[in-house]
Ligand binder design. Structure first.
Ligand SMILES: Nc1ncnc2c1ncn2[C@@H]1O[C@H](COP(=O)(O)OP(=O)(O)OP(=O)(O)O)[C@@H](O)[C@H]1O
Ligand SMILES: [Mg+2]
Length: 244
């Protein structure tokens, strides 16, 4: 069953009288349990797509169906409730709240979703443990490395056990060792059933997905099934082909 779908999604940004056509008819169907990577050159619409999928912004045309709900049919507050329950979002720049501890950062979406604090704390402890951050709950974001901050962001994204995890270049700001750690964790969560859609520029990261979608100029231009085995060679060849 698709848990996230788009139908003919277009997005036009207008600023200072200039229109930017960021998405031009995107059709996506994400199945439960899938790990999908989206690749494409800078400016082709990847972040825009993720924001629309999460209901953080609305399409100019077409529709997004999240967990069986057409987002267009919901008002902002209903959309926010659905989003908190079903979507975990990992931003490229972590977006942790600097004056909250790691524990409070992770708990926040759980508390906003109205879950009992004791249950939220229990799940946070489990997640921090799984992410190798068991001793960092009382630390503040600035006391952590980039890789650690990104892992906190992943814990925060998973606190509500979301139907789908959306991640915008989750390894983009990390050195290769921290990036590999984050990737290994995402793979582990996927093996446990977590549906993941991530944007990446890194062929190695993408090669661990089961399916890669290639975008260009606001459109899906190609798709590739992968074994998920981590061989970037085919991905690199395909990138050369689609970017020509
Ligand atoms: N809020 C906005 N207002 C106006 N234009 C925007 C806005 N956000 C994005 N755009 C434009 O829409 C297009 C797609 O941007 P988007 O951020 O989705 O690209 P991207 O594929 O994520 O790029 P990158 O790989 O650099 O992150 C670009 O031309 C961008 O300048
Ligand atoms: Mg982007």
């Amino acid at each position: 069953m698709s848990i996230l779908e788009t139908r003919n999604v277009h997005k036009v940004y207008r600023s200072d009288g200039v229109a930017v056509h960021a998405l031009r008819g995107v059709e996506l169907a994400l199945q439960s349990g899938e790990f999908v990577a989206v690749m494409g050159p800078s400016g082709c619409g990847k972040s825009t797509l993720l924001h629309l999928l999460a209901g953080l912004d609305s399409p100019t045309e077409g529709e997004v169906v999240l967990d069986g709900h057409r987002l267009n049919d919901l008002n902002e507050s209903r959309r926010a409730i659905l989003r908190r329950r079903t979507v975990g979002f990992v931003f490229q720049a972590y977006n942790l709240i600097p004056n909250l501890t790691v524990a409070d950062n992770v708990d926040l979406p759980g508390l906003l979703a109205g879950r009992p604090p004791a249950e939220v704390a229990r799940r946070r402890e489990e997640l921090l443990e799984a992410l190798g951050l068991a001793d960092k709950g009382r630390a503040f974001p600035h006391q952590l490395s980039g890789g650690q901050q990104q892992r906190v962001a992943i814990a925060r994204a998973l606190i509500n056990a979301p139907t789908v995890l959306l991640a915008d270049e989750p390894t983009g700001n990390l050195d290769s060792r921290s990036g590999n750690e984050v990737l290994a964790l995402l793979r582990r969560f996927n093996a446990d059933g977590q549906t993941i859609l991530l944007v990446t520029h890194d062929p190695k990261v993408a090669s661990f997905a089961q399916r890669i979608i290639f975008m260009r100029d606001g459109r899906f231009v190609s798709e590739m099934e992968m074994a998920g085995g981590g061989d970037p060679t085919r991905v690199i060849a395909k990138l050369v082909e689609v970017e020509q």
